[in-house]
Design a protein. Structure first.
Length: 96
């Protein structure tokens, strides 16, 4: 019984959404604002349309903290604050 519970927990964690975006603000203490950009073809005209959404993510403390301009990978998580629903899992590329 315990084995099925642990495998269920693993599959639940695997279903969490992950996204990649650019940090646009790091002025808060533990939180960064990330711009998620998605591109899709317009349903009628076929032209590429760009849509940007800003989300807030919990940032790690210390030396590994993401700064403005960094490209980061984020993962969906439980609500951590009123507007924070994501957490930074990795820094893909540092700002130049």
């Amino acid at each position: 019984m315990a084995e099925t519970t642990s495998s269920t927990a693993d599959s639940t964690r695997a279903r969490r959404k992950t996204r990649q975006g650019v940090v646009v603000s790091d002025k808060m203490d533990k939180t960064v604002t990330i711009a998620l950009v998605r591109r899709y073809a317009h349903p009628v005209y076929g032209k590429q349309v760009t849509r940007t959404k800003k989300v807030k993510a919990r940032n790690s403390e210390g030396e590994q903290a993401a700064k403005a301009g960094d490209t980061v990978r984020i993962m969906e998580t439980r609500p951590l604050a009123k507007t924070v629903r994501w957490r930074v899992t990795a820094i893909v590329e540092r700002a130049k």
